[in-house]
Design a protein around this ligand. Structure first.
Ligand code: NI
Length: 202
């Protein structure tokens, strides 16, 4: 019987070397991220000092002991922000008064150039008196966006009514100020309320 297989040079060393290279690539890519997030879960969020809708300087520490439900957007947003904030207001209304006392919905602008204190004040009041609206200088806002890994980018235009592309995530920060959970911006009021109740119970 003749050997029908063509004569290969031994393939195993090549395959093993390939696998080893792949493992190195995976390790280099994964290990730093793992180390970064290992100490206390996903490193989302962090300290902030901004201005609320009454012109008062507030920091994250002012909300310790409350669950913060934080959304980043801008008041001139034509669709996503108003829909999401409407859902948050409805979710808040689904909570009991005792639960409401432990939750603060917070709106942070990604467009500080247009979202002045007065602009933010009018905007959040239209959704719920429970809302805290936060703005600041672009230099104050930028690091907060980075901490929460928010994507926001002004769509360049000569039109003063420019739009801002931005990510749409609702962050639940526990009473200790640390990240606890998140919802996508499309989450329904019932879903948001259930998540908040779970956070308060846990
Ligand atoms: Ni928006």
């Amino acid at each position: 019987m003749t050997d029908k297989h063509p004569k290969h040079s031994r393939p195993w060393p090549v395959i093993l070397a390939g696998l080893a290279a792949l493992l190195v690539i995976v390790a280099v890519g994964v290990v730093p991220r793992f180390l970064e997030s290992a100490p206390e879960g996903p490193a989302i969020g962090g300290p902030f000092t901004l201005t609320d809708q009454s012109g008062r300087t507030v920091s994250d520490a002012d909300f310790r002991g409350k669950v913060m439900l934080i959304y980043f957007g801008y008041t001139f947003c034509p669709d996503v922000c108003p829909t999401t904030l409407g859902n948050v207001a409805q979710a808040y209304d689904l909570l009991s008064p005792a639960e409401q006392a432990q939750v603060v919905p917070i709106f942070v602008t990604v467009d500080p150039e247009r979202d002045t204190v007065d602009q933010i004040a009018q905007y959040v009041a239209a959704f719920s008196p429970a809302f805290v609206g936060l703005t600041g200088s672009p230099e104050q806002i930028a690091p907060v966006l980075k901490e929460f890994r928010v994507y926001a980018r002004k769509v360049e235009s000569k039109d003063p009514n420019y739009s801002v592309d931005h990510s749409s995530i609702l962050y639940v920060m526990g009473k200790n100020g640390k990240y606890a959970a998140h919802f996508t911006g499309e989450a329904a009021p019932k879903e948001i309320a259930a998540g908040l109740k779970k956070q308060l119970a846990g």
